[in-house]
Design a binder for this molecule. Structure first.
Ligand code: DP6
Length: 326
């Protein structure tokens, strides 16, 4: 690497999994137990700047201008090591991150940060990578980040090895006018992060059945999106989310991500759908409820969510753009 600092900045959006990735076949390289489908979340963004600087003694991380010597610096350094190995350098980096949405409460912030980090760092290191390679590498940093490389509706393949475990977009953002209304019920950082949670998945006797059934759920979800059929999408989304939370609840030790407000919202959203609104719920590893609605029904659904007891705020995210350099 040249003796002067090499810098690049990238932006990526988080994504909401419609069919969840939960558990790894190989935890060390985040080889997922099952394939997944997501929607990239427009308007929510993480910006990551990476500067490889030979004058530094070690990697430095600043998040919103505050320096971090601890978590998540080791994880970010480990990810940069993969890129440094690929180009044969050991130059330390200065990493600056900023996000415009709350971290750690079920809006997979790691997906946006690791997608943007992979893109910025590979560019700063002058390592040309095509989108599948970026996705594969982002996956090593955070499993869900492989999907945030792409726009719109995205499928991640479980693959048999590192080489074929990556994502691709199968419909662009404008393909379907649906929107994620994210009901924030708790902005606290989650107690058990996804990485520790994935490691517990095999301790649930339900995980084998969830993984074995994944191809069926992936097919139904992909067909619902490509056919723009809301009701089949709603059915499979809620079932998939409930199956993942059933695995979490039956792990050893058990993981409780749902709060009383989450449960009340899940019930309310299903009943709104029964009365004719196109709305359904899905929850990642946190208590916030992602309410997927058709754009035409979204004003009504958002106004109901805003006054729901326990809801602090409602964020709105339509299908979003791919990770990009700025
Ligand atoms: C529940 O990608 O956050 O959001 O690889 O440890 O960073 P790490 O895990 P992460 O796991 C995502 C779990 C999920 C479901 C999903 O996004 O598919």
């Amino acid at each position: 690497m040249p003796a002067n600092p090499q810098t690049a900045t990238a932006i990526a959006s988080p994504n909401i999994a419609f069919i969840k990735y939960w558990g790894n076949r190989d935890q060390s390289i985040r080889l997922p137990a099952n394939g997944s489908i997501s929607m990239t979340l427009g308007g929510l963004e993480s910006r990551v700047a990476v500067t490889f600087d030979p004058r530094l003694e070690s990697d430095r991380l600043e998040t919103h201008g505050v320096q971090f010597d601890h978590d998540p610096l080791p994880r970010i350094s480990h990810h940069l090591d993969l890129i440094r190995e690929m180009v044969g350098t050991d130059t330390p980096a200065h990493i600056e991150t900023e996000s415009n949405f709350p971290a750690g409460a079920g809006i997979a912030s790691s997906s946006a940060v690791f997608a943007a980090l992979t893109l910025a760092a590979s560019r700063a290191a002058s390592l040309p990578l095509d989108p599948p390679s970026l996705s594969r590498l982002a996956r090593r940093g955070s499993g869900s980040a492989c999907r945030s490389i792409f726009a719109g509706f995205v499928e991640a393949f479980a693959g048999d090895s590192d080489q074929d475990a990556f994502a691709q977009s199968f419909a662009p953002p404008e393909y379907w006018r649906i929107i994620d209304l994210i009901a924030i019920v708790d902005k606290q950082h989650k107690r058990i992060g996804s990485t520790a949670g994935h490691a517990l998945a095999p301790t649930s006797p339900l995980q084998k059945a969830r993984v074995a059934d994944a191809p069926r759920r992936l097919d139904l979800c992909r067909q619902a999106i490509t056919g723009r059929n809301f009701l089949p999408l709603a059915t499979i989304l809620e079932q998939d989310s409930n199956m993942m939370h059933a695995v979490m609840l039956t792990s050893n030790p058990p993981l409780f991500y749902l709060s009383p407000t989450s449960l009340a919202l899940m019930e309310a959203i299903s009943s709104w759908r029964a009365s004719g609104l196109r709305a359904c719920y899905t929850l990642d590893a946190g208590p916030n409820v992602h309410c997927i609605t058709h754009l035409d029904d979204s004003e009504e659904v958002a106004s109901r969510l805003r006054v729901f007891p326990g809801v602090e705020e409602v964020l709105q995210a339509p299908p979003g753009e791919a990770a990009r350099l700025v």
